[in-house]
Design a protein around this ligand. Sequence first.
Ligand code: BEZ
Length: 221
Amino acid sequence: MPGLLLGDVFPDFEAESTTGDIKLHEFLGDSWGILFSHPRDFTPVCTTELGRAARLSSEFSKRGVKLIALSVDCLEDHHGWTKDILAYNCEDSTSSLPFPIIADCKRELAVALGMLDPDEKDKDGMPLTARCVFIIGPDKRLKLSLLYPATTGRNFDEILRVVDSLQLTAGKRVATPADWKPGECVMVPPSMSEEEAASLFPTGVYTKELPSGKKYLRYTP
Ligand code: BEZ
């Protein structure tokens, strides 16, 4: 499904994975979900990414987020690669990754979800998957998407940070500023009147004076 937009219901696909056959919506249940794609098994950047995601898995589950990876290779390769990822993390090769890896050797899902990177090809000239991140809410709608080329590995601390922002702003009428981290002040959305802000945020609203005289830079704890 090319052109998946924020707010769209994420396609409820079925796929083979390292933990068995998966129906995405059933797999997610009432949780948040992150589907993240990889160019290929047995590649260096992808190995560091999956290793990092595995090391952060308790942080994701603390936030009620289920992870699911996808790479355009078959299950047999995924199982072999899993041992390498565990070794990269200095873990016992008989343990397992804390999330499934979807097998997409025919690239059907990668095409349907608009994940292919036309600039990165395998040795047979077939396009590889870009590094997509799709964050899906408990309502199964797309809340955020990131798209990196194969040559740039993702920052998983940033992915955790955006989950914190998405979960906060899903429940409260606030917005998070640049580089925001949990515990820091948040911003009052421009659409909210001064009266409403004063009643919604009893701990106070601080408005920064600006040359324009417009009172839109409003913070609240
Ligand atoms: C990697 O994961 O290391 C990678 C994959 C495809 C192109 C470039 C790097």
